[in-house]
Write a protein that binds this ligand. Structure first.
Ligand code: ADP
Length: 309
């Protein structure tokens, strides 16, 4: 391993009574990682997040935050970590400055450094013009920025964000995603979300948890490679019998969807399939790649699981 992991989770297990919510998961987060943490409801995401943030004890396993054992030295480990829970702990009757000052004190930032810490967090989160506004009067997007500002006020190595764009409008979502990307240049980030395009647009790694177990882990390059396809959906106005299609050198397998539509597995490029359709006068209407989207991967791995346990 080239660099020390910012988070290292080994064989994490958590039971609630007889229910095994997290079953022997292990993973690492490194500097520069924005890790998308996905799973259906009841998969064990919140339990994992709460354990990583030091708010819930594991039944078994080891967690190191920036090299420090979370169970042995929780204070030191948590100092390296910022957490935005699904429902951020905001005090609506406080101004932005009052609240962030309070958070800085909770984080034991030295009194002389608090002003600088506030300025930096507000600048990074685009809050400089709302210093004195009451949090309760801010839009949901700005409240979320305040939630993120409290998570980074102590310049942690790792930031854990639980569903940070839920309830925001499309413009606010775009702004918060930009902010997450920007934070990812200086911190390691774990992002829990249900929004798969969010993972694709913001993250450089993805892992999927299902029924308490890690069932998928990949970097975005691996995901993109998996998305490259040899399957195409083709629509033909004069389709031949499937045996006639299989006679072509470039066609490996054919699944008929209806009278005119087929899923065709090709050997080689889509061009050869198009050329074959034109050459044989099959009446080519449409030819599209049949990709394994992240959504498809997610559905294949998690269908029928989750709360059903
Ligand atoms: P997710 O965040 O992925 O929706 P959770 O971590 O909340 O999943 O839940 C994982 C499993 O643990 C589910 O089966 C859920 O019902 C169960 N669970 C979560 N919290 C508790 C709790 N406090 N007591 C008992 N069971 C719980």
């Amino acid at each position: 391993m080239s660099s020390q992991a910012l988070i290292s989770v080994n064989n994490l297990v958590r039971y609630y009574g007889d229910v095994c919510a997290v079953n022997d998961i292990s993973f690492e987060l490194h500097a520069g990682d924005i890790l998308g943490f996905l799973g259906p409801n009841g998969a064990g995401k919140s339990t994992t997040m709460q354990i990583l943030s030091g708010n819930l004890a594991p039944s078994e396993g080891e967690i190191r935050i920036n090299g420090v054992d979370l169970l042995e030295k929780p204070g030191d480990a948590k100092a390296a970590l910022g957490y935005l829970p699904e429902n951020p702990p905001l005090y609506r009757e406080m101004s932005v400055d009052e609240y962030l000052h309070y958070c800085a004190r909770l984080r034991r930032i030295d009194k002389r450094s608090i002003g600088d810490a506030l300025d930096l967090a507000k600048e990074r989160c685009g809050l400089t013009r709302v210093n004195r506004r009451l949090i309760g009067n801010l839009s949901k997007g700005f409240q979320q920025r305040v939630g993120i500002a409290q998570a980074i006020i102590h310049s942690p190595h790792v930031i854990i964000l639980d569903e940070p764009t839920v309830g925001l409008d499309p413009i606010q979502i775009r702004e918060i995603r930009d902010l997450i990307r920007e934070l990812g240049t200086q911190h390691g980030i774990i992002l829990s979300t249900h929004i798969l395009p969010e993972v694709e647009s913001v993250c450089n790694r993805v892992q999927i948890i299902n029924a308490g177990e890690l069932v998928y882990a990949s970097d975005m390059q691996g995901l993109l490679a998996q998305q490259s396809t040899d399957r195409y959906e083709i629509s033909l106005s004069r389709p031949p019998a499937t045996d006639a299609m299989l006679a072509s050198d470039c066609i490996d397998r054919v699944e008929q969807l209806d009278t005119h539509r087929f899923i065709v597995h090709v050997r080689g490029e889509a061009d050869c399939l198009a050329a074959e359709a034109v050459h044989n006068d099959w009446g080519l209407r449409r030819l599209v790649a049949h990709e394994h989207s992240l959504e498809q991967i997610f559905v294949n791995l998690t269908l029928g699981e989750g709360e059903a346990r």
